[in-house]
Design a protein around this ligand. Sequence first.
Ligand code: 5GP
Ligand code: ZN
Length: 132
Amino acid sequence: MCVFCEIIKGNIPSAKVYEDDDVLAILDISQVTFGHTLVMPKKHCANILEADEETVLKCAAVAKKLAKQIVENTKATGVNVLTNCGESAGQTVDHLHFHIIPRYDENDAITIKFNPSKEQDLGQVLKVVKGE
Ligand code: 5GP
Ligand code: ZN
């Protein structure tokens, strides 16, 4: 059973922020920050890597519009828009979704921080990334 498919079918209640024929946006039950919203396709696909491009683009377009709306209405000072893909990336629900996480100046329940890492040979990294 996919919890988001059950929400889309109306079998599990949700707080709907936006809906059209292909996309649903709901408040995240955990509200990591005030206004935390999830944008998902109505068609089940596991994640951004599995989804077809049209589905991703439809969700991204809605996420972009809603991010602007939510920042304006919540008076947030910033926003993170992200999708987790795979367990190692923190994905817990295997139905593609974009998080819209409004950010505020005071401390909130999320930290996104790029720590310094071991220096890499970018030429070598590029070869691997490009599959050469
Ligand atoms: P992930 O960790 O997969 O990127 O994000 C899944 C998100 O779905 C979590 O932030 C979690 O709080 C949210 N979530 C899980 N179950 C439900 C639910 O039944 N209703 C709502 N609104 N959100 C849910
Ligand atoms: Zn699903």
